[in-house]
Design a protein around this ligand. Structure first.
Ligand code: GDP
Ligand code: IMO
Ligand code: MG
Length: 479
């Protein structure tokens, strides 16, 4: 593999004046799972103990994969900088399932000291066990119209927050916490009974409740610090702050394909409300983009390979079903659906949080232009280029055709509009990227051709390319 340049994203973006003493958001530009965890962990390796990595939105619906010393870890709440030296913070805009957080910390190797570096905002919202039940029963009720949530209680907890019923981390230190918990629990119990005909199975529920309070006890051991204070203090001392996005920009609650979205602001302006800091402190973002596209859960996906058939297949089937039916999918099949299966197999596209089949498709330039602009993403990381090894050609959607006219404007409701797609086809390199790189220290011309086309069309600089899951599987920009 090509030798990784010791230069890093942050030191490079430091050269960019606008990022000086500003937070650098690292955000997904598609529907999540772009490889944000690997990107943030890579930056974390270059930070020192006075720098800071924060999560500003979402909860344990996120699944961020990191390879560390040859072992694979999936983090849901813990910031992906856990293996570095920097401080890590769970910001005001997130929702926390305390038991999930406690369990996750048990996965961290004993020799990694993180408790003294970890802090949490008092404003972060608590997910209580009945939120998780409400999430699953309301999804079930929606039937085929479901969102395909991760089932972690995200929407019900954010809903309680905006309707001003939620419990927050800062509440746990007060004597009336248990009473307030019971009050919220009773509201949920009534709601479950009256609206969903669901009665809490008390024995099973008692265990969930016991775990929740064990999680709350763990939370009480953490440093509770206001997000704006820790962020401003770090920036004032001229140290770096990285805001680790969860989900992707197209899952933003307002600017994604509503209602097929998550319940938080996933875009870089979410850093402001998620930490309680001035927008002036938010620098340009580093956008993480997969070399193709995936989506897990329901909702519009214009470039999906196999269209509706793929969406239904991924909704209803498990990985074992797919392996049985398509042991060797042909990446150059005439059937787009099979090409999508091949892409899923090559990219191991299974949900890091739920294990579901991720729907697969080609890159969508109009949507990327939309998210790049929204996030002020001046630099991009293109991940998973190696996944295209073995394909003869790849495609990119360059425009939509709406009312017989070419456009790259994103319509309000992609589901209810008649959109045709214009594609450009690129030849793919022969053999494996990693072999080529090992032999020549360069990328094949076909890969460079694709990269340069993307930079030109998107008007942003690709700072490195992902060529495999591990931290050293990257090619720094040299072109
Ligand atoms: P995140 O949610 O954005 O952090 O992404 P996930 O961790 O959910 O999914 C990304 C998946 O791709 C993980 O399994 C990573 O280990 C893997 N990955 C990341 N970058 C690359 C890459 O460049 N090549 C390959 N083959 N895998 C990658
Ligand atoms: P990371 O951070 C991909 C999707 C779910 C569903 C929708 C709503 O790993 O990129 P929710 O549980 O949030 O109410 O689900 O959002 N979703 C994700 N898809 N990656 C994620 O996180 C996701 N988090 C939520 O599949 O379609
Ligand atoms: Mg993920």
């Amino acid at each position: 593999m090509i030798k990784v340049n010791s230069q890093n994203l942050v030191s490079k973006s430091k050269k960019n004046k606008s990022n000086k003493f500003q937070i650098t958001p690292v955000v997904g530009l598609q529907w999540g799972d772009e490889g944000k965890g690997k990107g943030v962990a890579r930056i974390a390796n270059t930070l020192n103990k006075n720098d800071l990595i924060v999560r500003f939105q979402g909860g344990n619906n996120a699944g961020h994969t990191i390879w560390h010393k040859g072992k694979c870890y999936i983090f849901h709440l813990i910031p992906s900088g856990v293996f570095g030296k920097a401080k890590i913070h769970l910001g005001a805009g997130i929702v926390i399932d305390p038991w999930a957080l406690k369990k996750e910390t048990l996965e961290i190797p004993k020799n990694v000291s993180f408790m003294s570096r970890l802090s949490v905002s008092p404003h972060a919202v608590l997910i209580i066990p009945t939120h998780i039940i409400l999430d699953s029963v309301s999804e079930k009720r929606k039937g085929k119209g479901k969102i395909g949530s991760t089932g972690k209680g995200i929407a019900p907890s954010y809903a309680d927050f905006v309707s001003r019923n939620a419990l927050r981390v800062g509440d746990i230190k007060y004597k009336d916490f248990k009473d307030r918990y019971r009050k919220l629990y009773n509201q949920h119990k009534k709601n479950l009974h009256n609206n969903f005909n669901y009665n809490l199975n008390t024995k099973k529920f008692k265990k969930l409740e016991k775990d929740f309070f064990a999680g709350v006890k763990f939370l009480s051991l953490l440093k509770i610090v206001e997000s704006n204070l820790i962020t401003e203090e770090t920036l004032n001392k001229k140290n770096k702050v990285i805001a680790e996005g969860a989900q992707g920009s197209l899952l933003d609650v307002r600017f994604g394909h509503y209602p097929y979205v998550t319940s938080s602001h996933t875009i870089s302006s979410g850093v402001g409300t998620g930490l309680g800091i001035s927008p002036k402190l938010i620098g340009s973002a580093i956008g993480i983009v997969k070399a193709y596209a995936t989506r897990v859960g329901e909702g519009p996906f214009p470039t999906e390979l196999g269209g509706k058939k793929s969406a239904i297949w991924c909704r209803d089937k498990k990985f074992v079903d797919e392996k049985k039916k398509f042991p060797n999918p042909n990446p150059d099949s005439k059937d787009d659906f099979e090409v999508g299966v091949a892409l899923r197999k090559s990219g191991s596209e299974l949900g890091a949080t739920t294990g579901r089949l991720r729907r697969t498709g080609w890159l969508d330039i109009p949507l990327l232009k939309y998210t790049i602009k929204m996030n002020n993403a001046k630099e991009l990381v293109l991940t998973k280029l190696d996944v295209l090894d073995g394909f003869k050609k790849l495609k990119v959607c360059t425009h939509y055709i709406v009312n017989k006219k070419r456009t790259d404007i994103i319509l309000f409701d992609l589901f209810r509009e008649d959109i045709k797609l214009v594609y450009k086809t690129f030849p793919v390199w022969k053999g494996e990227l990693s072999d080529y790189i090992k032999a020549t220290k360069k990328l094949p011309k076909e890969a460079l051709n694709y990269i340069k086309f993307l930079e030109k069309t998107l008007g942003a600089k690709i700072i490195y390319i992902g060529t495999g899951p591990e931290s050293h599987h990257v090619v720094e920009r040299y072109w």
